[in-house]
Design a protein around this ligand. Structure first.
Ligand code: FAD
Ligand code: 2HG
Ligand code: ZN
Length: 465
């Protein structure tokens, strides 16, 4: 929703004083890429996009926004998939909406190899952080296909997961410190990087998963891991989804070197091969599921991986140890998101159940989808070790959420979560009560009211509808 012209003129004038005229973007052409989300399902209009250069400018932007009663939507790489990083019509209660882009907050503040820590501006991309860590033979212990655009601040705000959670945990576990600006401009920081520090509440843990509703993260300190000497990837065809789950929760789980265990199914495999022009995967035609595995260690983990896969339910496997070969195998898994988006605007349901219930979820999804969205195309893949499936449905119009309702209710019935790693955003706000009790939501409401009483930051996100 746009503000009355007089308000906008004063607001824009004050914002230009804080960040400089070149960093207050206005006009539809300039705003377009900041006001529509990655999927194309969520979009709105903003009075301006602000590109502050440092923490003081972020505080200044928030102070001006509060004075003018404008809502602020923090945005990093805009790769979030739940509509939390863009303005939305109707959610700011008629107030002007501003997008605060963190992309200029990309300074590398510290690389401390002895403590295995990297501290950088919130707008630093994951790829930039990984490249910096690599100069010391270290890596951030977290990886995802959006690595070239997703920012450290966005990854904290969503508690991002990704491909290496099985070994190194989600972003919350990688976090050794944060600096953030609260809605009233207060700068709060806990950047000591200490492994043991039990003085009260943990600011980073509070902000991990807060989706831009409590503060703007301006700096992130990440724990690093030593880069293993050897790395091997495998694309493994199995007869059934249940076999993939059994292997990952059994022999593979016992491998200390296991770094990734990803699941793909036949419909997604066909789509990716067609869309990206890839050769047929192992056992195409007979396999119902594939595991993309990666093991990494200072010894060569190929033999131990092979031993863990010595099982009659494994139909065929392709293995690669060199970087080009590994990338070739990973393409079957990593190119799902882009291949799906080529077909239209998907309904994305990022859900988790206990791994043992994955086969039941996979088996029941087609029926749940067919009943609410007849003729829709269903593509399912995910992070099998955490029971995290990415359920993508193509067909229903973006605003028709009957299929979202059916899938999320099925997941809740199986004791699962409506968001495993992407967050709630606006996409899943109507179903928050399926995942959190009334008492838990009341705690969230009180924390929000304490830190952002004017509901300045990301109104509508993470709020029960
Ligand atoms: P944005 O999209 O800009 O923002 C996401 C949310 O964080 C919004 O609510 C926003 O308001 C808030 N936010 C952003 N920056 C800040 C800040 N500095 N302070 C406060 N709030 C902020 N996600 C996974 O978890 N695992 C995956 O494997 C994965 N793979 C992906 C693959 C592809 C191809 C794509 C497109 C996305 C993928 N994602 C994945 C989703 C996405 O990359 C993550 O959610 C990522 O953490 C978003 O980072 P971002 O910088 O793009 O944040
Ligand atoms: C992934 O694991 C991402 O690749 C994206 O979380 C999931 O596209 C999706 O649904
Ligand atoms: Zn994922």
């Amino acid at each position: 929703m746009s503000a009355p012209r007089s308000t906008s003129v004063q607001l824009l004038g004050d914002l230009r004083e804080v960040v400089g005229p070149a960093h207050v973007l206005t006009g539809e052409d300039l705003l377009a890429s900041y006001t529509t989300d990655w999927t194309g399902r969520f979009a709105g209009t903003a009075v301006a996009v602000l590109r502050p250069a440092d923490t003081a400018e972020v505080a200044g932007v928030l102070e001006v926004a509060a004075r003018h009663g404008a809502a602020v939507i923090p945005q990093g790489g805009n790769t979030g998939l739940v509509g939390g990083s863009v303005p939305r019509p109707g959610l700011a209660g008629g107030r002007p909406q501003l997008v605060l882009s963190t992309r200029r907050l990309s300074q590398l503040f510290e690389l401390d190899p002895s403590s295995h820590l990297l501290s950088a501006g919130a707008g630093t991309t994951l790829a930039q952080a990984a490249e910096a860590a690599q100069t010391a033979g270290l890596h951030p212990g977290i990886d995802l296909a959006a690595r070239e655009s997703a920012t450290l601040g966005g990854m904290v705000a969503t508690n991002a997961g990704g491909l290496h959670v099985v070994r190194h945990g989600p972003m919350r576990a990688r976090l050794a410190g944060v600096e953030a600006v609260l809605a009233d401009g207060t700068v709060a920081a806990r950047l000591s990087g200490l492994t043991k520090d039990s003085v009260g509440w943990d600011l980073g843990a509070l902000l991990a998963g807060s989706e831009g509703t409590l503060a703007v993260v301006t700096r992130v300190t990440v724990r690093l891991e030593a880069t293993p000497v050897h790395r091997v990837a495998a694309l493994v065809a199995v007869d059934e989804v249940s076999s993939a789950v059994d292997l990952v929760t059994g022999p593979l789980r016992r491998l200390a070197s296991l770094e990734a265990a990803e699941l793909t199914l036949a419909p997604g495999m066909s789509l990716v091969c067609e869309s990206a022009g890839l050769a047929a995967p192992p056992a195409a035609g007979s396999a119902r599921a594939w595991l993309t595995l990666e093991a990494a260690a200072d010894h060569d983990p190929t033999d131990e991986l092979a031993r863990a896969l010595a099982d009659r339910r494994v139909l065929e496997a392709a293995v690669a140890a060199d970087a080009a070969g590994r990338a070739r195998l990973w393409a079957y898994r990593e190119r799902h998101t882009e291949a799906i988006s080529r077909l239209g605007i998907p309904h994305k349901l990022d859900v988790s159940v206990r791994p043992g219930r994955l086969p039941a979820l996979v088996a029941r999804l087609p029926d749940a989808v067919a009943k609410t969205a007849p003729g829709a195309r269903l593509v399912v893949f995910g992070h099998v070790a955490e029971g995290n499936l990415h359920v993508n449905v193509l067909g229903p119009p973006p605003e028709d959420d009957a299929v979202d309702d059916a899938v999320l209710r099925l997941v809740a019935e199986l004791g699962g979560s409506i968001s495993a790693e992407h967050g709630v955003g606006v996409a899943k706000a109507p179903w928050l009560r399926l995942a959190r009790s009334g008492a838990e939501l009341e705690v969230m409401r009180r924390v929000k009211a304490a830190l952002d009483p004017g509901r300045l930051l990301n109104p509508g996100v993470l709020e029960p509808v």
